[in-house]
Design a protein around this ligand. Sequence first.
Ligand code: CTP
Length: 226
Amino acid sequence: MTFLITAGPTREPLDPVRYLTNRSSGKMGYAIAEAAALSGNRVILISGPTQLEIPDGVDFIPVETAQEMFDVVLKWIDIADVAIFTAAVADYRPANLAEQKIKKQEGQNRMTLELVKNVDILGSARALMGFSGLLVGFAAETENLEQYAKSKLKKKGCDIVFANDVSGADTGFDVDQNALLMVTKNQTKDLGRHSKKELGKMVVQATLEHLGKGCRFEEPCPPECC
Ligand code: CTP
């Protein structure tokens, strides 16, 4: 099977030397990519800038901005059976990209940045890109994990959303451990707290199990499903 995975942060340039980004390390997405490749799948890993080594056996496509990530996903999603979106895509980018370095102005103690909304890549997978495979999203939250995950599941047309709490210092962004809540249409399952490597294997396993159960029914799906 072919897995398409997005990972890492995006960088949204403001001028030739500055950009907006976030604290995503890419570790969760790379761990999933590694586990999927190790279990014999083709993996296309589309990643924003990270400090990580590219896992063995994956086709790696580096990107910087949300728009670049969107374009590459659009190009490759057709051949994927499973698409897993772990990237921490910047929701907004600077409205203007200055050609030259922005200089500070004498006497100007405040500055307002105008931002414009980026495209929602995961949210475009079904309607805009016509993806009909298994669609998996992530939800980074600081409160109401299950509730927000359920609403993202529905709004973005996902089969599974893995939610993680990014408010603590020891799970979530930029650390080696994470704790995931798996939310499907009919079920919420706490996968517990583990290393991201371990969770990568669990995510791939859960995804394959979900496919195996043939959860591709119209609502309501039968009781034996997902
Ligand atoms: N995502 C995406 N493109 C975006 C924003 C998010 O593909 N422009 C994907 C992420 O990769 C993740 C899911 O959507 O799989 C949810 O991302 P998250 O940051 O948790 O939520 P948002 O949709 O950005 O909503 P909010 O920031 O309001 O919680």
